[in-house]
Design a protein around this ligand. Structure first.
Ligand code: AMP
Length: 420
């Protein structure tokens, strides 16, 4: 084999596509129920957009982006996440002027050059949403309800919601200093990665998975205990709304997420049906980001959820993955004249909305019937010289095995009356 998929990328084969469509359909239904409208942005953008929004020092920007100069020398990047591009589109198209609150969702591929492992790909897919224009904590909770409703509709209930507040530009700087001082004190006990983060990204030390880091930082101060009044009130409102909505949650004071742009609420949903890469989705509020990208000050909140991981959970829990589409009718032809008639009749059925199929491989009648059976069609129509002369044929119901007489000029109506 000469060419293969690039490491960390995967084909979605026809046999997988049914489950993907089932998930995508469910996402759209839930998004529409919550009054979110779809947005589709380009798969690549100016590199600066991501560097500016996600943060130069984050793993994504410093290590994982697919960045390259295009033929004119401009640096472009395959999108590693959805939020930055949605905000760019919001600002560029003045969406905020058309409506004070803009609620949008997306479904599509993202690209990160991470080390591939189970549940971690280099081209993966996310669905997500952004609500721009309101600081209301009810939207923070809506961003948790959206994925939870998608999971519920797909039959997944074994997932855990973790929330935290990462503060804002008023309370975070003082906390950051406090944390830095504390981390300097225990520097020797920290992993190399964490030591490197003390100066620039100390909050990320808190969500290190390294057991030694965990132990060493067990007693460091957490931002949720050092919030300003506004952030504290906001966090309290989020918790009240979650409780009132009957959504169980855990406060995780170490949850900071890998992106720089979050303010106030940050959240994540994990599933025990996944292995070490157990995060199903993450999100948070980003009240400064629109301004940071050159727009008017606009509060915002959003989430992004992995689709491959969701499919892994569905598979692990053996949840139904949608129905494979099959043709309703297969027209089997006995000779050359009948083949030409079948080709035209098949087209007429397809045009009327009845999925239909014929043979393209010049197979014997027996082989055509075997193929129809393999494809699990509902009906088979056999046509030959006789049928074309009399205008009458028999339509075999493959489930019950019964034959129905059918007039060839009333094929569509007969199939509809039998198939519902
Ligand atoms: P993030 O944008 O990093 O907050 O990721 C949000 C969600 O996307 C995660 O919870 C995962 O479900 C999914 N995800 C992130 N990175 C990957 C990846 N490399 N491969 C597969 N899924 C991913």
């Amino acid at each position: 084999m000469k060419f293969r998929t690039i490491k960390g990328t995967k084909d979605i084969l026809p046999s997988d596509a049914t489950a993907w469509q089932h998930v995508e359909r469910t996402v759209r239904q839930v998004m529409h129920a919550f009054n979110y409208r779809e947005i589709r942005t380009p798969l690549f953008e100016q590199t600066g957009l991501f560097a500016r929004s996600i943060g130069e020092l984050t793993d994504i920007v410093s290590k994982e982006m697919y960045t390259f100069p295009d033929r004119s020398g401009e640096s472009v990047t395959l999108r590693p996440e959805g939020t930055a591009a949605v905000l760019r589109a919001y600002i560029q198209n003045n969406l905020g002027e058309q409506s004070p609150l803009v609620k949008v969702y997306y479904i599509g591929p993202m690209f990160r050059q991470e080390r591939p492992q189970a549940g971690r790909l280099r081209q993966f897919h996310q669905f997500g949403a952004e609500a721009l224009g309101s600081p209301s904590p009810s939207l923070d909770v809506e961003m948790m309800q959206l994925p939870l409703e998608v999971y519920r509709a797909l039959g997944i209930d074994a997932c855990a919601l973790n929330i935290n507040s990462v503060g804002c530009e008023k309370c975070r700087p003082a906390y950051k200093q406090l944390l830095q001082t504390e981390l300097e004190r225990i520097r020797q006990q920290l992993s190399e990665d964490s030591r490197a983060r003390i100066a620039n990204n100390p909050l990320r030390v808190l969500d290190s998975k390294d057991p030694a880091d965990r132990e060493a930082t067990a007693h460091v101060p957490l931002i949720k205990d050092h919030l300003c009044d506004e952030c504290r009130d906001h966090f309290a409102a989020v918790r009240r709304l979650l409780t009132a909505a009957g959504i169980p949650f855990t406060i995780d004071g170490r949850l900071v997420r890998g992106l720089d742009y979050y303010t106030k609420t940050a959240f994540e949903i994990t599933s025990t049906a996944l292995g070490s890469q157990d995060a199903l989705m993450g999100g948070g509020r980003y009240d400064l980001l629109v301004e940071e990208l050159g727009g008017k000050p606009t509060p915002g909140v959003g989430f992004a959820a992995g689709i491959e991981r969701l499919l892994m959970v569905l598979q692990a829990l053996k949840r139904p993955a949608g129905e494979e589409p099959v043709p309703t009718v297969f027209i089997a032809a006995m000779d050359g004249t009948a083949r030409e008639w079948a080709f035209a009749a098949c087209h007429a059925l397809r045009r009327s909305g009845i999925p239909a199929e014929i043979d393209y491989l010049d197979r014997s009648l027996k082989a055509q019937l075997r193929e129809a059976n393999r494809q699990q069609v509902a009906f088979v129509l056999v046509v030959g010289e006789n049928e074309l002369t009399t205008g009458e044929a028999r339509l075999k119901d493959m489930r019950s095995g019964t034959d129905h007489p059918v007039r060839l000029d009333a094929l569509e109506q007969t199939i509809r009356s039998l198939h519902g």
